[in-house]
Design a protein around this ligand. Structure first.
Ligand code: IMP
Length: 190
């Protein structure tokens, strides 16, 4: 007979609840609203991890008075982790933006920054396309293992130095659906 391990059994602890994430997103929305008051903003969400963040941010922004004059969302997809829980150190573009960003006020929306390579790659690539403004917003920051010095304009929450899942973040494509951020038991990786 095979042993069935429930999804919940593999979670060691909740790091940030749904409510803590929502309040971090509300704060990020206020910061972005203040910086772009009366001006259009073009969000670029980075898939697959940052699938929820731009959608939640634009909804949070709609309840901030005096924010951007227009909000648009586009997505890019990049791969930097493959199926391991360590960065490959190599970033591959899987899908580019559909709209031209030249002259636009662009905010890159990332789920998490760890060694910084993915965000640095995206910033370099998008800067060459000459947006009017290029800022970066990250929901979860892991500032412990940077291999490149990457600048982040808006930071939601600082996560511990661990591999984390939930709220869009996966381990081997699972756990993205969790509405909270969690740490897995170490046996999951063995
Ligand atoms: P970096 O290039 O090391 O900064 O990592 C960026 C990308 O790696 C993120 O967009 C995530 O897709 C993935 N990543 C980094 N840390 C984690 C984690 O703790 N859990 C899940 N994915 C992660």
């Amino acid at each position: 007979m095979s042993t069935v391990v429930s999804y919940a059994d593999s979670i060691e602890k909740t790091l940030f609840t749904r409510e803590e994430i929502a309040s971090a997103i509300a704060r990020l929305a206020s910061e972005i609203a203040a910086d772009f008051a009366g001006r259009p903003v073009f969000f670029i969400g980075v898939l697959k991890g940052a699938r929820h963040v731009p959608a939640d941010l634009v909804r949070a922004l709609s309840s901030v008075p005096g924010g951007p004059s227009e909000l648009r969302i586009d997505y890019m997809a990049v791969s930097s982790y493959g199926n391991a829980n360590r960065s490959s150190g190599e970033v591959r573009m899987l899908k580019d933006t559909t709209e031209n960003i030249a002259g636009k006020n662009v905010v890159i929306i990332e789920d998490i920054v760890d060694n910084g390579l993915t965000l640095a790659y995206l910033q370099g690539l998008l800067r060459e396309r000459e947006p009017a403004v290029l800022k970066s917003c990250v929901l979860f920051d892991k500032p412990y293992n940077r291999t490149v010095d990457v600048h982040v304009d808006y930071i939601g929450l600082t996560a511990p130095d661990a591999f984390v899942v939930g709220y869009g973040l996966d381990y081997q494509e699972a756990y993205r659906n969790l509405p909270f951020l969690a740490q897995l038991h170490s046996w999951v990786f063995s």
